[in-house]
Design a protein around this ligand. Structure first.
Ligand code: NAP
Length: 342
């Protein structure tokens, strides 16, 4: 496609919200499946890898840069496929801004993703890490998605089961990493009022504000107020949202942990494991608010690392490793980085 502009030596700092890292050898924006296919085929001929980038809010760029082509997914589209007054299915282009989708569906009175308000990034990136917040996650609403399968050189439809969703995880960042470029997602939402019980933090806000009537818009407004208070704006203070996943531990580990720390917060997972908030672990390790190698552990949410004065991925990695080690030394729990790396 000769109208597709392929740029060279692009600083990845400008395309990732952490604002660190080296350059991409090639970069191109794709607005259609044909452009996606075109790019994969020319990369195949040249023998170089492709990395699909949405908003860059959950991706960290390494200092050595990327010796391949970055595909900026800019495929648009928002179409209501069915709406019977109770349930609506909506097809969304992968390059749409996720929060614009939430805003639009909430304005239609639909429930299902309102608690996932104000999450940065694109709709196509949302299934990759099975984005979630305040008890809602993408896996609950996604019925299927369309993707370009670079192995088979064709467009495929994957249903939710085929996406292999689990806690902040899917095949797209696991075993099928690099294989698919997500083109669109189909979500199923409901014309229904959100129902309590809500996550403690959300309920606290609703109680404080004396809110007792719950609509998707009410929940969206509440989540946005909480997030704006607790999370740094990436355009002002570079960050990638939660930098660590919450820890999932086995029952025996929890019993051991409770012997020493009886007040450890913990939530039971459907698979029998237990989720311990990593923000709590980092705080207990004494690192909330700390400045490590130019990276600030956010003082309102220790899960978030802010790039205050780091100049390289190397600095970030040193800070990350120091935090992982400190948590391990104290709790014998190995915490994991959430953002992907290019
Ligand atoms: P919080 O309310 O301080 O709670 C700390 C952690 O405890 C959360 O991460 C949450 O896990 C877990 N939790 C709290 N109540 C729970 C319940 N009723 N059932 C199961 N787990 C519960 O959390 P926060 O850091 O302010 O974040 C609030 C929400 O926004 C969370 O859902 C969080 O995941 C989401 N968020 C995500 C990102 C990101 O970049 N991925 C960034 C900011 C916030 P879960 O994380 O599993 O929900």
């Amino acid at each position: 496609m000769d109208h597709m502009e392929i740029r060279t030596e692009i600083p990845l700092q400008q395309y990732t919200t952490m604002r660190l890292g080296g350059t991409a050898r090639f970069m191109a924006s794709a607005t259609s499946v044909n452009e996606v296919r075109e790019l994969y085929n020319s990369a195949k001929v040249q023998g170089i890898p492709i990395f699909v980038l949405g908003g860059g809010s959950n991706v960290i760029a390494r200092d050595e840069g990327f010796e391949g082509a970055v595909l900026l997914n800019r495929i648009k589209g928002f179409a209501v496929l069915t709406d019977d007054g109770q349930t609506a299915t909506i097809k969304v282009g992968a390059g749409e801004i996720w929060d614009e989708v939430v805003k639009r569906t909430v304005a239609m009175g639909l429930s299902g993703i309102e608690a996932m308000s104000a999450i940065p990034g694109t709709a196509g990136a949302a299934p990759v890490q099975n984005v979630g917040a305040y008890g809602q996650e993408v896996a609950d609403v996604l019925t299927e998605l369309e993707a370009y399968d670079s192995l088979a050189d064709r467009v495929v439809t994957l249903d939710a089961a085929e996406c292999g969703f689990s806690y902040r995880h899917s095949i797209f960042r696991g075993e099928a990493s690099g294989r698919y470029c997500i083109l669109s997602i189909i979500i199923k939402l409901h014309h229904a009022a959100p129902k309590p019980p809500f996550y403690a933090g959300l309920q606290r806000y609703l109680t404080d504000m004396n809110i007792t009537t719950f609509t998707p818009q009410v929940i969206r407004d509440a989540v946005m107020a909480i997030r704006f208070d607790k999370l740094p704006d990436p355009t002002e203070r570079p960050n990638a949202g939660s930098f660590f996943k919450n820890a999932l531990i086995e029952s025996w580990q929890l019993s051991e942990l409770r012997e020493q720390y009886p007040d450890v917060p913990c939530y039971d997972m459907p698979d029998g494991r237990h989720k311990v908030p990593t923000g709590w672990l980092i705080e207990q390790a004494g690192l909330k608010g700390a400045l490590l190698h130019g990276m600030r552990v956010h003082d309102k949410n220790a899960l978030v690392l802010i790039n205050e004065s780091a100049t390289s991925y190397h600095d970030l990695a040193a800070a990350r490793d120091a935090i992982i080690q400190a948590v391990y030394d104290k709790f014998h729990i190995q915490i994991q980085q959430e953002p992907l790396e290019i």
